[in-house]
Ligand binder design. Structure first.
Ligand code: GPP
Ligand code: MG
Ligand code: MG
Ligand code: MG
Length: 347
């Protein structure tokens, strides 16, 4: 029987990895005060989230092996998990600057901390570098080492093209609702979120267990990308309908002129008068216009529309999961575990 990890167990691995990373920096004779800065950035930006992505690596490995992991197996799988969290930290520190966000995980965003400012950009780069430092230290002799390196590189690129499309579809100075479409939306969310958040942890587990066959990887992708798309739709829904106390951040999608799921739904059902309201208020950088859009979302009953979407989509995803071919060592429980962690989430 597999055993799922707890946040406490998972977090207990991180101090050792921080030690490794600091030791690596010290090899270059980085002065102590800057080593301390690196340590503060690693701790502030990597710890304190839900760690769903990271924990799903040891969970997936345990589900694939159908047994609890030995201490050594757990450490290895959790280390790969922490690399997904480092990738996420690199993305979030950068994304919050690009989105002019205020809070993250219930605290001011890293770049908004008075002593940090734009040093946050370099901190983000260093969070990314940390992935490859750890990969080299712990997996250099793993038979899939180069596949692991290439996987991180490819998923990073995929996320960057998603972010590019997200940003260019939301120009600050030119608000044009005709720019939005569900086709564009799908591209954005699949690339900016689904690959790194859902496909990556499972692909890592498959490589770790040396069962990353083309068939297994393809099946994982075919299920995890729709699952990741659903997850980002939840994120967009929560940006407006979630409670900041729950989600740990203040929604910025309306003011940021984002091609969000909600605005796409609103556009598809709005009357010409309601569309005019959107045109006059969406993407403006002030609370009054934002409140008008929020009121329109309520009038259009987008909350119920989302709930109906969620039920329908989860039914379809469950069906896909049931059809998983387990002949090359993949297990449907890996996908079921992901789905159960995000279904009806409020944070
Ligand atoms: C989440 O979008 C997407 C990312 C965090 C990927 C960022 C990619 C980079 C290459 C920097 P979001 O802006 O909706 O997330 P949130 O709502 O958490 O700010
Ligand atoms: Mg953001
Ligand atoms: Mg963003
Ligand atoms: Mg969001």
């Amino acid at each position: 029987m597999a055993k799922t990890t707890t946040l406490k167990e998972f977090e207990s691995v991180f101090p050792k990895l921080v030690e490794d990373l600091l030791e690596h920096a010290q090899k270059y004779k980085l002065p102590a005060e800057f080593v301390a800065w690196y340590k503060a950035s690693l701790n502030a930006n990597t710890i304190g989230g839900k760690c769903n992505r990271g924990m799903s690596v040891p969970d997936s490995v345990s589900l694939l092996l159908e047994k609890p992991l030995s201490e050594e197996e757990y450490f290895q799988a959790a280390t790969l998990g922490w690399m997904t969290e480092l990738l996420q930290a690199f993305f979030l520190v950068s994304d919050d600057i690009m989105d002019s966000s205020i809070t993250r995980r219930g605290a001011p965003c890293w770049y908004r901390q008075p002593h940090v400012g734009m040093v946050a950009i370099n901190d983000a780069f260093m969070l990314e570098s940390a992935i490859y430092t750890l990969l080299k230290k712990y997996f250099r002799s793993h038979p899939q080492y180069i596949e692991l390196v290439e996987l991180f590189h490819e998923v990073t690129f995929q996320t960057e093209i998603g972010q590019l499309c997200d940003l260019l579809t939301a120009p600050e100075d030119k608000i044009d609702l005709n720019n939005f479409s569900m086709t564009k939306y799908q591209f954005i969310v699949i690339y900016k979120t689904a690959y790194y958040s859902f496909y990556l942890p499972v692909a890592l587990a498959l490589h770790h267990q040396n069962i990353a066959t083309p068939k297994n990887l393809k099946q994982a992708e075919d299920i995890l990308i729709p699952l990741g798309e659903y997850f980002q739709i939840q994120d967009d829904y929560l940006d407006n309908f979630g409670l900041p106390e729950h989600i740990g951040k203040i929604g910025t999608d309306i003011m940021d002129n984002k091609c969000s799921w909600l605005v796409n739904q609103a556009l598809s059902i709005a009357t010409p008068e309601q569309r005019k309201i959107l045109e006059d208020n969406y993407g403006r950088k002030n609370k009054e216009n934002e409140a008008v859009v929020k009121k329109l979302y309520a009038d259009l009953k987008l909350e119920q529309l989302y709930k109906d979407y969620e039920e329908k989509r989860v039914g379809e995803i469950r069906k896909m999961i049931d059809e998983t071919d387990e002949s090359e060592g993949l297990k449907k429980t890996v996908f079921e575990s992901f789905l159960s962690k995000i279904y009806k989430r409020s944070k």
